[in-house]
Design a protein around this ligand. Structure first.
Ligand SMILES: C[S@@+](CC[C@H](N)C(=O)[O-])C[C@H]1O[C@@H](n2cnc3c(N)ncnc32)[C@H](O)[C@@H]1O
Length: 321
């Protein structure tokens, strides 16, 4: 396996400021990737970091860092939605900070053989965890309506039906280059277009194959469960679908959904107590970061602090949507 090309951590200072790691503390990095956040949390003096990644390659690359940390870094090859169980299995039931940096790393995007990108041709895979249904499995077996729904909901592709029809007509599709050509032909493409028309389709299929939005909801609920009183949560997202989930979760859990919301109990009904406070305003990258790292373009950081209230029961999950 070749060495990974590096991933520039996004909003790094802002994330670490929000987490405020301190000596003696235990932190969870739910998305280890290239280890940028983990390194910074350790540098700021946290006693221990449990770093999750569902991608076995990321965990393998992380072993070199773990070997230099004298037992302070534990790599966990798991989905972050299973954070509570994975920590409990390691004898840990509370953390002082949890961070998630949603999406794919530059290493994943740049490796043509992982099939995430149409910049280089590769097999149509897109599985972060290298297991389950691949992008090719999905596109070659799903019905046209199902494909159109995925493109519409996860890619916000306005011409989802047209693209789905073209995909079904071109099956079997096995390569990223082939899929990109099918989409470009269906939507029209000319050199000099600001955004490649295949971008939305690739995003949608990646989100679907990796169940990314369900994972994010599960990760937020798991963070609520593992954070101790006063613990800090910092979440970085890269598009509006994800940011909406985080924003609504924090609004609901801090008791500030707008009045009249059908999700809130009537004023005289006691609802669950807020589990988060100090919800910070959304933070976006500044000009210096954007010029150094264009990939930070659509990043949004949201952060909050855990209260002492018990976690909301699973039944309340719908309130976060
Ligand atoms: C944007 S990168 C993180 C980069 C990292 N913050 C850094 O500074 O290098 C996202 C990483 O999260 C992993 N990932 C995405 N969804 C995950 C999930 N549900 N559970 C665990 N890891 C996940 C991906 O495999 C990828 O390596």
């Amino acid at each position: 396996m070749s060495a990974p090309s590096s991933h520039i951590p996004v909003l790094l200072e802002e994330v670490v400021d929000a987490l405020r790691p301190a000596p003696g503390e235990t932190h969870v990095d739910g998305t280890f990737g290239g280890g940028g956040y983990t390194r910074a949390i350790l540098d700021r003096g946290a006693a221990r970091v449990f770093a999750f990644d569902r991608d076995p390659d990321a965990i393998q690359y992380g072993e070199a860092l773990a070997a230099t940390c004298g037992g302070r870094l534990t790599l966990v090859p798991e989905r972050f939605s299973r954070m509570r169980q994975a920590l409990a299995a390691r004898g840990v039931d509370e953390a002082d900070g949890v961070t998630l940096d949603i999406g794919v790393s530059s290493m994943q995007l740049n490796a043509a053989e992982r099939g995430f990108s149409f910049q280089g041709d590769g097999p149509l895979d897109m599985r972060m965890g290298k297991e389950g249904e691949s992008a090719a499995d999905f596109l070659n077996n799903a019905g046209e309506d199902e494909i159109a729904d995925v493109l519409f909901h996860y890619g916000e592709e306005p011409k989802s039906r047209r693209v789905a029809r073209a995909i079904v007509a071109a099956r079997p599709i096995e390569r990223t280059g082939q899929l990109a050509d099918v989409v470009r032909k269906a939507l029209g493409h000319h050199p000099g277009m600001k955004k490649d028309p295949a971008t939305r389709t690739f995003q949608a299929i990646r989100i679907h194959v990796n169940e990314e939005l369900t994972e994010l909801e599960g990760g937020l609920a798991a963070a609520e469960q593992v954070l101790s009183e006063g613990g800090r949560l910092a979440i970085v997202t890269f598009h509006s679908l994800e940011d909406r989930i985080v924003k609504r979760f924090l609004k609901a859990r801090s008791g500030s959904l707008p009045s009249g919301s059908r999700h809130l109990p009537a004023a005289n009904e006691a609802g669950p107590a807020p589990t988060f406070d100090s919800v910070a305003k959304a933070v976006r990258p500044g000009a210096a970061e954007l010029s150094a790292n264009p990939r930070a373009r659509s990043a949004t950081l949201r952060a909050a602090r855990r209260t002492s209230a018990p976690s909301w029961p699973p039944l309340q999950e719908g309130a976060a949507r």
